[in-house]
Design a protein around this ligand. Structure first.
Ligand SMILES: Nc1ncnc2c1ncn2[C@@H]1O[C@H](COP(=O)(O)OP(=O)(O)OP(=O)(O)O)[C@@H](O)[C@H]1O
Ligand SMILES: [Mg+2]
Length: 356
């Protein structure tokens, strides 16, 4: 397995073997009409879904949507106001200990002890979960290998990079052989290479240990590549749930054209609306427009012709398929874009005599 320093930002291997979602497979997690109230405020509002055994299930939503609250209820950390959550068939309210034995949890905040070594952090958890002494060493050795931290086992945790510390926490959360693994934003704050390394490790561990994974993330590209299904939550409600491909396909208009004009006239937005196949136009400021269309090549041609006809110069133009970001905006009316993912981008050459 590649060390963090030389991991390549490619899609992890396991995505190639992503199983087709099977609605008939047994459920690892079942949530029925679950509600969480804090006084008059409803943080989670009547959410129902189930996660199949062996699935990687993504929970996406803007800040404050209720993702962590959902995870806390499913993992017995806070009481449920109403509704039900079952973990491997165990009702978390009635059989919390049985549910707890099935799960590993990586909370949003880092919790490993900085003054202890990697191995000491692992050992404390193993003892906490009553892992018998004989199995403890075997499990720790295997997990440190899986997260590529074997050679760091005696290093103090404070000497690790952010990505390595996340990997330690992932290994620590698995020391008691849980079947269902909850991770709350395991890659937030990491650089892209470390993020890829974390996901790659999760994929390998999932195969090795036959885990079901429920994960929250703010990174749409990761969720798209790695999750079998995605639930979008907003204001405590479930607003969409499907495979990444189906979510993207459900957005009206299959292609996004991002175009920036030099000195666009005031009525340009209306003119863009009148082009064939256009389903929506968003003005993003500084002469930049985001145009959704069901026929990318035809609209692009018409758009350039329209610009030439009106004497408006196109500065940049990119054409791409709809992304999970577009699905997110479609369902929540808000953006959650950490990075602009541009495909097929090209920049118009500056006209002779003009400054770029
Ligand atoms: N103990 C609490 N008391 C009162 N309100 C709370 C409490 N915990 C969470 N909330 C509120 O519930 C809502 C959902 O919070 P939650 O932490 O679940 O959101 P989130 O989707 O995880 O957001 P983020 O992406 O920022 O982590 C927020 O409005 C939050 O302020
Ligand atoms: Mg959260």
């Amino acid at each position: 397995m590649a060390a963090e320093s030389n991991a390549k930002p490619d899609a992890p291997n396991h995505t190639l073997e992503r199983p087709v979602y099977d609605p008939k497979a047994p459920s690892a997690i079942e949530v029925e009409h679950i509600v969480k109230k804090y006084g008059d405020f409803t943080a989670v509002d009547d959410v129902s879904f189930s996660v199949k055994e062996g699935e990687i299930f993504g929970l996406l939503g803007p800040n404050g949507a209720g993702k962590s609250t959902l995870i806390r209820m499913m993992t017995t950390l806070i009481p449920i106001t109403s509704g039900k959550a079952r973990i491997a068939g165990h009702d978390v309210a009635k059989e919390p200990n049985a549910a707890r034995r099935m799960i590993g949890v990586i909370p949003q905040a880092l919790t490993s002890d900085l003054d202890l070594t990697v191995e000491e952090n692992m050992n404390i958890y193993a003892k906490l979960y009553d892992v018998p002494a004989k199995q403890r060493k075997k499990s720790i050795d295997e997990l440190l290998e899986l997260v590529d931290l074997t050679k760091w086992r005696n290093a103090q945790t404070k000497t690790l990079s952010g990505g390595m510390r996340r990997r330690l926490e992932i290994a620590r959360g698995l020391v008691h052989h849980p079947r269902i693994f909850f991770l709350d934003e395991p890659t937030t704050g990491l650089d892209p290479v470390s993020r890829v390394a974390v996901w790659e490790m999760l994929g390998n561990i999932k195969e090795h240990r036959q885990l079901t994974i429920l994960i929250t993330t703010h990174y749409m590209d990761e969720a798209d590549r790695l999750c079998d299904r995605i639930a979008i939550v907003d204001h405590g409600k479930l607003v969409a749930l499907d495979t990444p491909m189906a979510l993207k396909a459900s957005v009206p208009g299959s292609t996004v054209i991002e175009v920036q004009f030099e000195n666009p006239p005031g009525d340009l937005e209306q003119k863009l609306h009148t082009l064939d196949d256009v389903t929506s136009v968003q003005h993003e400021g500084a002469g930049m427009f985001r145009v959704l269309t069901s026929d990318g090549s035809r609209t692009t041609t018409e758009l350039v012709e329209m610009a030439v006809h009106n004497g408006v110069r196109v500065k940049t133009l990119t054409v791409q398929n709809t992304t999970l970001d577009d699905a997110f905006v479609h369902y929540t009316g808000r953006q959650l874009r950490d990075e602009l993912q541009k495909a097929h981008a090209f920049v118009m050459p500056p006209r002779p005599g003009l400054q770029p």
